[in-house]
Design a protein around this ligand. Sequence first.
Ligand code: SAH
Ligand code: SF4
Length: 363
Amino acid sequence: MTEVSLGGASREKLGLLLDELGAPSYRGDQIRVHAWRGTAFGFDQMVNLPTGLREQLPQRIRWSSLSLVEATVADRGMTEKLLLRAADGQEVEAVMIRHDSSTTSRERRTVCVSSQVGCAIGCSFCATGQLGLRRNLEAQEIVDQVLEAARRWGGGGLGAPTNVVYMGMGEPLQNYSAVVASIRLLQEWGVAPRRVVVSTSGLVPEIDRLAAEELPLRLAISLHATSDEVRDRLVPLNRRYRIAELIEAGQRFAIRTGRRVSLEYVLIAGVNDSTEDASRLRRLAAELRGHVNLIPMNRIPSSQLAAPALPWCREFAALVGPRATLRFSRGDRATAACGQLRAAMEADRRRLQRTDLRLAGSP
Ligand code: SAH
Ligand code: SF4
């Protein structure tokens, strides 16, 4: 049994594999169309392929490197969170987000993908950070998250994913080669690098390396603080790469790729939400000529940190000025923000296991 999955096979690789099976290369396009449009949920359902080929394919290529554990719908069906399990039992989440539009054909459909199981950076406000790093995801495990979303949307009569953001679990630039490989594979599936956002907590050398790849993707820098003193506490990586260095790396990325760099800023009451923070953030965004996404923090179980009251979030956004937008992470009422779904489910399962034990032990 081969380890490569459909998401991890480039067109060329799939073509070679079909060649070995004695099938013409156009079969590869037929297979990819089914997978991308959600018209089949397994090789056996690809009715326009010869029966022999349908039977041989699963022996040479895996349908997916991930299996679906649970899907949670929120925002009246506009957001769906997926919990997916890898072959070794590790679990990651992906979030499917539809953006309002009058027609489904013009609608943007974004998949928020995970790049690692857990994360080594350890930001104090982030549920994924509290898990620590368990392992890197392979490129195919990243692409298979997008394929799972594609099947679900396609099967539901909607179009394919249009955008991919690396804002799920993990620090994408600490899994550099798999992330870049996944972006190149996604390009073949029809998601152009222009429609990809990579979000980073600030690995300066990898930002420069990414700028040199000649992929016109968008970079988002998770800033979260306007002084090194506060950022050291929120994003421990700041002890290695200071705010000034990070902004400069962002500027180099913007010049090299011609793409604007944006800033992410999770608002935390009494920590990074003073009027001085707002004016410093305004200056930093101007230096970068980029947009700022302000995200009121979602509570996580292990921390006392919380978002400021909503009127102050609005006031803070106004103080930062026209470069700032106040955003709310999608689906937060169902299971909270990225990285928190899995933590919540693990807690649920522990509770369930305890109940099972009690039941098993009762007469
Ligand atoms: N590791 C990368 C990408 C994944 S995190 C990074 O940090 O940029 C994606 C985004 O989710 C980041 O901007 C992060 O700050 C945000 N986030 C994490 N925990 C959050 C929380 N509790 N509330 C709101 N946003 C959160
Ligand atoms: Fe890792 Fe990003 Fe969470 Fe920080 S915010 S711990 S970098 S996933």
